[in-house]
Design a protein around this ligand. Structure first.
Ligand SMILES: [Zn+2]
Length: 189
């Protein structure tokens, strides 16, 4: 379940994850990471997350964010960031499972998804890899233009001209400010 503890304005798991650190760190403990993964619906239920996984998760988040910042700036994505994301892809996707079926015959199926924190992070890495590695998606990565916001988000608007993480949080503030500036200029003129 999505909680108010995190903003959920990224529109993509990878960007929501990147947004867990903006002005402040919100994944302070391994428990925080576990709770975020459940809230993001990447883990079915709370489970123990080891401290080492939190450190690795933060490194993945840093790599995603470096990729996002570089792409929005039109700069080259650091190779190290891509390598870090790529390293997680072994944990992503479905894994085959061979078991005995109800008819007693061998059956090739899939293992249940998202059954560990690392697999959940692998899912985030795959989303990030898709986001950075597919040209149509890459072109829709944005950083909110709101003053002091810098939220990362995915622009799904038809024209691809979205500037704010959300109207209520940043868009209306910016509109009100523009209105005040216009009013001041009109008063001066
Ligand atoms: Zn914003």
């Amino acid at each position: 379940m999505r909680t108010d503890r995190w903003p959920w304005l990224g529109g993509r798991p990878a960007l929501d994850f990147a947004n867990t650190r903006r002005d402040a760190e919100t994944l302070l403990t391994a428990e925080d990471l576990g709770e975020w993964l459940v809230a993001a619906e990447l883990l079915p239920a709370p489970m123990r997350v080891r401290r080492a996984v939190l450190d690795d998760a933060r490194a993945l988040r840093e790599a995603i964010d470096r990729g996002v910042v570089a792409l929005v700036a039109g700069a080259t994505v650091p190779a190290g960031a891509l390598e870090a994301i790529d390293g997680w892809l072994v944990h992503a996707g479905t894994r085959p499972r061979l078991a005995t079926g109800a008819d007693g015959l061998p059956r090739l199926g899939e293992r249940p998804a998202a059954d560990s924190p690392r697999r959940a992070l692998g899912t985030i890495a795959l989303d990030a890899a898709t986001l950075l590695g597919v040209p149509e998606q890459r072109a829709r990565i944005r950083i909110c233009a709101g003053e002091g916001c810098a939220m990362r988000f995915y622009d799904r608007s038809p024209a691809g001209m979205r500037r704010w993480c959300s109207m209520s949080r940043c868009g209306n503030v910016a509109k009100a400010r523009r209105h005040r500036v216009r009013a001041r200029e009109a008063a001066r003129a």
